[in-house]
Design a protein. Structure first.
Lengths: 64, 405
């Protein structure tokens, strides 16, 4: 799995952090997404798929 | 053919089913998912009742948020521009400007910031208000006791507004949102808020009071080369009140009514308060309080759900209909507090998705379980059909909710 995030689209809602806290975080100053792990281990795949689906800005792209 | 069908908005709700969207939406969603519509002010455009097409309108950059109002009464047109009572700011902007302004605020609205900076205050005021209910009469109006004050106090806390001023806030926001009264009366409410926040900003500048978002914005506006004008700064303050007070109040009252009329699910939830997160998402979906949908303008000719939309036309997403779309939700007209879902449109979608969603969630997740734990026998004091509903406001809700503890 390979993840990329589009920080220009991100609206800072933080739903990705709730879905996959080991993979996503947010910048303290403006809430924009931080990708902690672009190639997460397999036990994270479900959470990452959830994060990408729930993101209101469609800012997370997942390649499997 | 879809494009020849013309419907008139608003479509009335059935008073016998106060928790459901207007019944004709079901037929529209199946047969005319993107339909030509005449709005209450006489302008025409399109109404979208399906989930996928609705999501597309919110996320496709060919749709602009620089829109005309569609839900105001007859004859009323735009409320943007310099003649509007306040600068609605990034709500009516597109990228990249929208993101530039929105990011001035996002830091206070992340799940982490809400949990660490707001939740302790929220727990305290909810406990205080429950105590006040316990000390008051057995039958009381939940709207006055909880739904209005809690969201108002939360925004006051976020903005850094002194508590003594909150009554004026209630009144002005309510007036501003009521589509049943004249534009002039609504504008007076907005002007009161603008004047109030302008004075508060001046006060904070003078005293150096660093509390809250307004103080943070003053700091940012005073930075050299700042994009933020004084009118915009005040506008952002008004916007947060305008966007976060009536919405959350409506949702709190309507959620309570819903739980009162679904006693078995309410009991399950009271016994398993850890399920409140899932329950709140289902309440958001089921109730979808944005009553007349949200509009966008097509920037070019395009096709949506089989309809041909012309450049410049207004497209309104009826999120309450889309959130009952059987293509996405099993048995969509049933309330199921254990329902798991990927997402709903109750907070919108795309780059304009509700900035305050984590604040609203925190309020609902705190109030609802605490209310029913504290008052397990809470019940309606009037029959459901006699609960006065707000059929005209931008947000659907209860005007009054008499309950007995
Ligand atoms: C249950 C309560 C709430 C509901 C149902 C709700 C609903 C919505 C919806 C549907 C939108 C999207 C508007 C659009 O796309 O044009 C929105 C935007 C917004 N909401 Fe909320 N909201 C709630 C609570 C709050 C709170 C508590 C705040 C702030 C304290 C807030 C602040 C905002 C702001 C600033 C926007 C504009 C975002 C943008 O245009 O980028 N909302 N809200
Ligand atoms: S869910 Fe999407 S919009 Fe929200 S912070 Fe994560 S990437 Fe950004």
């Amino acid at each position: 799995m390979k993840i990329s995030v589009d920080v220009d689209k991100c609206c800072g809602a933080g739903q990705c952090v709730l879905a996959a806290p080991d993979v996503f975080d947010q910048r303290d100053e403006d809430g924009i997404v931080i990708l902690l792990d672009a190639n997460p281990p397999a036990d994270q795949y479900d959470n990452v798929r959830k994060a990408a689906a729930v993101c209101p800005a469609a800012a997370i792209e997942v390649q499997e | 053919m879809t494009t020849q069908h013309l419907i008139d908005q608003p479509i009335a709700r059935d008073p016998a089913h106060p928790l459901d969207p207007p019944a004709p939406y079901t037929e529209l969603r199946e047969n005319h998912p993107v339909v030509r519509t005449r709005f209450p002010n006489g302008s025409t455009g399109w109404l979208v009742t399906r989930f996928e097409e609705g999501s597309q309108v919110f996320s496709d950059p060919r749709f602009s948020a620089k829109r005309r109002r569609h839900d105001a009464p007859e004859g009323e047109q735009a409320e943007t521009g310099d003649d509007a009572p306040f600068d609605a700011g990034f709500v009516m902007m597109d990228e990249p400007d929208h993101g530039t302004y929105r990011r001035l605020l996002t830091a206070r609205f992340t799940p982490k910031a809400v949990q660490t900076r707001l939740q302790p205050y929220l727990d305290r005021i909810v406990a205080e208000h429950l105590d006040a209910i316990a000390a008051g009469p057995e039958t009381f109006d939940f709207v006055q006791a909880m739904s209005l004050p809690i969201p108002c106090l939360v925004i006051c806390e976020l903005l850094g507004v002194p508590y003594a001023d909150r009554d004026g806030f209630h009144h002005a926001t309510e007036v501003m949102m009521d589509m049943g009264i004249s534009r002039a009366a609504r504008d007076r409410g907005a002007h009161w808020l603008v004047d109030y926040i302008t004075a508060l900003v001046a006060d904070k500048r003078r005293t150096g009071d660093a509390e809250g978002i307004l103080a943070e914005l003053i700091g940012k506006a005073d930075d050299e080369g700042s994009i933020l004008t004084e009118r915009q700064l005040v506008g952002l303050g008004v916007l947060l009140l305008f966007a976060g007070h009536d919405t959350t109040a409506a949702m709190m009252g309507l959620s309570t009514l819903t739980l009162l009329t679904h006693p078995e699910q309410r009991r399950d939830l009271t016994e398993h308060p850890e399920r409140i997160g899932t329950a709140v998402e289902e309440l958001m979906r089921y109730l979808t309080i944005v009553q007349f949908g949200l509009g966008r303008v097509a920037e070019e000719d395009l096709e949506l759900g089989g309809a041909h939309i012309g450049k410049g036309e207004l497209v309104v997403v009826a999120m309450n209909a889309a959130n009952r779309d059987p293509r996405v939700f099993d048995n969509p007209d049933a309330l199921d507090l254990d329902r798991t879902m990927v997402r709903h449109l109750g907070f919108g979608y795309g780059v304009h998705a509700c900035l305050g969603q984590n604040v609203a969630r925190a309020e609902l997740r705190t109030v609802l379980p605490a209310l029913f734990q504290r008052f397990p026998d809470l019940r309606l004091a009037t029959p459901l059909q006699e609960v006065p509903m707000d059929f005209t406001g931008t947000n659907y809700g209860v005007r009054q909710l008499m309950v007995t503890r």
